[in-house]
Design a protein around this ligand. Structure first.
Ligand code: NAD
Length: 499
């Protein structure tokens, strides 16, 4: 079944919509059953192409191909793998516009303001992995017995299944695929069912860098079917998953003791203290709320504001929302496109209705915009006085939303920021170093950004969930991902008994 992307019926096919194939063992193949599913664009509502629906036999074939490829690929040295990974980055560089166009069409991300940069950074992730793998030193451990030497080596886990979301359809996969390939693993990549064509195109571009067959296989398909068959397959050694905590939990339970790298969601609180530069704080907080229509794991979702500056900050946030240009994501002037799918838009509706019911006051926006080709274009929304207990405080809203609450003391700010199950990336605006450290030592989060947006991100920086939260296990980001995709293998040699 095609995913339910839009509420209105969809029948129109976009001119040039193609029937795509999937990548198994270096070949582009249809499903063994011949089944396909249509992919719809949130931008236009049209069918933009068709992708194969892999059968259980296709899944099995992909795993066998990855296993066979691993036996050869594991013999490659790090410098050869680094060269291959650099070639992949060059292959991406040559087709940035094409990838960005498809990613905009499938996800709604503005082409000029966002998609081009995301694809460019995707190539950078391969470059970083290529360089990191050449410098991945492993320790020599002192032994008690002087005749013994204890060496350690980083070894690839083997066959990885990498399952990714739709919000960054090349950038997030590149965070796993770059380090995964550079470190000698083989990978079965399952892109989101909302952005499968971008995933297949990305795989084609990677394969074009002369990848040995089976080092990368790419199967589109739904999570509960193809995704589940992959993670439970006995031929799979490890799972890289980036997506919601609900799916992450399911994967943990279904995949048992396979090694896992899991990165999940957040509901990024940003704290505005009364000594902050309010002009900068409003500008950067708004960026965190509205970049990619708020569909970012580290988006700013709730804004906790010190009492004394609350009235001024509210006005500043409305001014910022007014500057957003909602429209056709292919228009260079557009700063915000449609939401990717109906599920996300419906969640925005639900969270806003809940906040208003509990006393929240909509200061700007607050509903789906009219006059667009689909009903997924959402007004940038500013809502004040959203009380604790509202869904916005406990769930991930994942939409263009600036939800504010006035808070009376620093300790109350910390308590509310730490409430709930998430702890991915938080924001803090202050001019006091002393207060920065007070908050930094008490906030339960994987990452804290002081005086910048919660969307602040660089590809080599460690990123992931804080302890005791559901936001993730392990770290993504440059050498930290690489570290999670290999295991330390210890070799003890008693050389007294050697020749
Ligand atoms: P999702 O969890 O619905 O889906 C993610 C992927 O999991 C998709 O490819 C989907 O097909 C697959 N999947 C779904 N059910 C499955 C199952 N039962 N077995 C195996 N695979 C299954 O998430 P989404 O809506 O695509 O993405 C949005 C979420 O991703 C948000 O929660 C966001 O915060 C999170 N995210 C996290 C990061 C990060 O680095 N921490 C980055 C981007 C997005």
């Amino acid at each position: 079944m095609p995913p339910a992307k839009l509420t209105q019926p969809l029948t129109k096919e976009r001119p040039g919509a193609k029937h795509h194939k999937m990548l198994i063992d270096g070949e582009w193949v249809a499903s063994s059953t011949g089944e396909e599913t249509a992919v719809h664009s949130p931008v236009t509502g049209e069918i933009i192409g068709y992708v194969p629906v892999p059968s259980p036999q296709d899944v099995d074939r992909a795993v066998k191909s990855s296993r066979a490829a691993f036996e050869k690929f594991r013999q490659w040295g790090p410098f050869d793998r680094a060269q291959l990974t650099h070639r992949i980055a060059q292959s991406i560089d040559k087709r940035i516009e094409e990838l960005a166009r498809m990613s905009t069409l499938e996800s709604g991300k503005p082409y000029t303001a966002e998609a081009i940069g995301c694809v460019t950074e995707s190539a950078e992730n391969f470059r970083i992995a290529a360089e990191d793998v050449k410098r991945q030193e492993s320790p020599i451990i002192p032994a008690r017995d002087p005749n013994k030497r204890i060496y350690t080596f980083y070894r690839p886990y083997g066959v990885w299944v990498c399952i990714t979301p739709w919000n960054f359809p090349t950038l997030i996969p590149s965070e796993l695929l770059g380090p995964g390939i550079a470190s000698g693993n083989t990978i079965i990549f399952k892109p989101s069912e909302y952005t499968p064509i971008t995933g297949l195109l990305f795989s084609e571009i990677i394969q074009d860098a002369d990848l040995p067959p089976g080092v990368l296989n790419c199967l589109p398909g739904a999570g509960p079917t193809v995704g589940d068959q992959l993670i439970t397959h006995p031929g799979v050694d490890a799972i890289g998953f980036i997506g919601s905590d609900r799916t992450g939990l399911m994967i943990s339970q279904r995949a048992g003791l396979k090694h896992k790298l899991l990165e999940m969601g957040g509901n990024g609180p940003t704290i505005i203290l009364d000594d902050a530069n309010l002009e900068k704080a409003a500008e950067l907080t708004a960026f965190g709320c509205f970049y990619d229509s708020g569909q970012v794991c580290c988006a700013t979702e709730r804004i906790l504001v010190s009492q004394r500056v609350y009235p001024e900050f509210k006005e500043r946030m409305v001014d910022q929302a007014r500057k957003i240009v909602l429209g056709d994501p292919f228009d260079p002037a557009t700063t915000m496109g449609p939401l990717c799918n109906e599920m996300t838009a419906a969640k925005m509706d639900r969270h806003l209705a809940d906040a208003v019911k509990l006393g929240g006051k909509v200061l700007f926006g607050g509903k789906r915009a009219t006059g667009f080709p689909t009903n997924l274009y959402y007004e940038p929304t500013v809502i004040a006085d959203v009380p604790e207990g509202a869904l916005i405080h406990s769930e991930e809203s994942f939409g263009p939303l600036a939800a504010m609450l006035q808070v009376d003391s620093d300790d109350e700010l910390i308590r509310i920021a730490n409430s709930g199950k998430y702890g991915l990336q938080m924001g803090l605006f202050t001019s006091s170093l002393k207060r920065t450290m007070y908050f930094a030592d008490r906030l339960k989060t994987g990452n804290l950004v002081v005086n910048d947006s919660t969307d602040y991100w660089e590809p080599h920086v460690p990123f992931g969930g804080g302890g005791g939260t559901v936001s993730g296990h392990g770290r993504i980001g440059g050498k930290y991902t690489l570290q999670n995709m290999v295991y330390l293998n210890t070799i003890v040699i008693d050389y007294a008994n050697t020749r």
